[in-house]
Write a protein that binds this ligand. Sequence first.
Ligand code: ADP
Ligand code: MG
Length: 233
Amino acid sequence: MLSIKNLHKSYPIGDSQLHVLKGINLEVEQGEMVAIMGSSGSGKSTLLNIIGILDEADSGTYTLDDVPIKDLNEKKAAVYRNKFLGFVFQSFNLINYKNALENVALPLYYQGMARKERLQHARFHLEKVGLLNWATHLPSELSGGQKQRVAIARALAAEPKLLLADEPTGALDSATSHEIMAFLQELNDEGKTLLIVTHEEEIAAMTKRVIRLKDGVIIEDKKIKQHRVKAHV
Ligand code: ADP
Ligand code: MG
C-alpha cells in the first residue's frame, strides 16, 4: 500500500538547514494499524505530512498504492489526496459555521458529488460514528469526543484507502481517547489501513505495530499484540 525508501527532509532555518528526516525506510501493507511514536520535534508530523502529500521530501522515494508520489503539481496532489487519503488532526479542524452533516459532506463537494448524494453519504458516515442525531449541530455544540468523531466521519466520507491521524487523541481526556481508539480499532477490523501519530505509549499499545522515530531515523519498528478497547457510546 505504501513504500518509502531513504527519505530525507530538511527545513531551512536562516542560513542553515534543520535535517528532520534522515533516511526513512518504511513499508505499510493494506489493513495495518500503525503507531508512529517519538518525542516532540522528532519529525512525526513531518513524516505524516509527506505521506499525506501535504508536503514533499527532499530526496528518496515514496510510492502510494503503486503510484510514485513525486513532483506533483498542486492539482494532481489534490486528486491523489482525495482518492487515497483521509486526515484526522488533534484539533479536529472542523468548519465552525457548518453543522456536523455539512462538515462530513464537504470533501464530497470537492470531489464534485451532487448535493443530494453527498448528504446521503454524509448521513451514512455520521451514523457510523453514532452521531446522526447531532447532524444539525454546530461544532461549538459538540464535546471534544463528538467533534473528533465528526472529523473521523469526514475523513471516511470519501472512502480513502489510508487514514492518517496526527495525535487524534491529543486534545481528549483519557476516557474519550479510549472511545476514539475503540472506534479506530473497529475501522481497522473492517480492513481500513490506519497510520496514527501519537506520543502516548498507551495509545500506541492499541495499534498493531509501533514505529519509533528519534533524531530523524526509525530506531524501532515492531509488531505488537494489540490492546483492545471497547467504546461506551
Ligand atoms: P513532531 O510532530 O514529532 O513533534 P515535527 O515533524 O512537527 O515534529 O517537527 C520536526 C522538527 O522540524 C521540529 O524541530 C520543528 O520545529 C521543525 N519544523 C517542522 N515544520 C517546520 C517548518 N515548516 N519550517 C521549519 N521547521 C519546521
Ligand atoms: Mg507533530
